[in-house]
Design a protein around this ligand. Sequence first.
Ligand SMILES: Nc1ncnc2c1ncn2[C@@H]1O[C@H](COP(=O)(O)OP(=O)(O)OP(=O)(O)O)[C@@H](O)[C@H]1O
Ligand SMILES: [Mg+2]
Length: 332
Amino acid sequence: MNPLNPFAASPQVVTVALNPALDQTIEIAGIKLGEVNRALRMQVDVGGKAVNVASCLSDFGVSTAVTGQIGRDNAALFEDLFQRKKIANHCCYLDGLTRINSKLVDTASGQTTDLNMPGPAFSPDAAQDLLKQVLHRLDQLVGQVKWVVLSGSLPPGMPADAYATITRQVQAAGGSVLLDTSGAPLRAALAVGPKIIKPNRHELAELVGQPLDTLESLIATGRELLAASPAPELIAISLGGDGALFLDRDQALHALPAQVEVSSTVGAGDAMVAGLVAAQLEGLNLTETARLATAFAAAKLTRLGPHLPRPAEVRALAQQISVLSQTPITDL
Ligand SMILES: Nc1ncnc2c1ncn2[C@@H]1O[C@H](COP(=O)(O)OP(=O)(O)OP(=O)(O)O)[C@@H](O)[C@H]1O
Ligand SMILES: [Mg+2]
């Protein structure tokens, strides 16, 4: 089925990478702008949210596929990760390079400067063509795959309703969508009713157009979304170092963050998304879902890239997560 990777022939989850990236980290001791600088070290990691989610799921032993697009000219790094992690590669190959995001880590000042590229600009025809191909691949996969993860930004030129279109098709075919994006693509896809969403607090505040500075206001906003039609079945609102809220129609829970040594917070949200899907596959209740998703995020914090320690370690961490019940919800 997939010549690059025969192992993941029966994926349980597929993630959709419409705008993946390579993350280039350059270490430099005291950057001088406008001058020739000598860098100390460079590292290139495969990234982009959908790929990060697939990578974490695979580390947890969930067989996963990725579809979407990668640039032919630097595809080898993606293929290498997919092979190592036994991730089935169902991506479309486009001419040119996958975008490269650069991080300048200044070891003298301790500051990190990010230079993020927007991604390839699609003409209307090219955007439609890619979307058609991705929908076709998903059509073939949904059936054996229960969960489809849509995460990350859309590349320039891709219509804002691309995730809405995918959600509609996947869920009509009996699959379930977890959506993790922001702005117009989030708003458009919400109207179609993805089963789970995972905004962070800033993305949720942007969606409703008002500041959400308290747990109460975040919970009230989540409850409004749960009361809409169509509505998600589960909303996870991640709060960075303050943990995360997990809401369904019956309960609102606050999972406190684990006390771990933080190596990098990059991609913690992506690990949480992976944990949410893993919890769904295991049929966990909301409390256990909150524990496992938070443990995925905490476990990732201890690593630099989108990687998790052994599943047993993640499960042990999950049992240490404190989950507080918020005011019972009775009036939905
Ligand atoms: N500094 C931290 N200390 C402890 N836990 C953290 C920290 N940062 C993140 N987390 C954990 O990771 C989860 C997800 O993080 P966050 O809210 O930053 O996601 P995000 O904004 O979607 O991130 P990204 O999209 O960059 O991956 C949090 O709910 C929390 O459990
Ligand atoms: Mg995020």
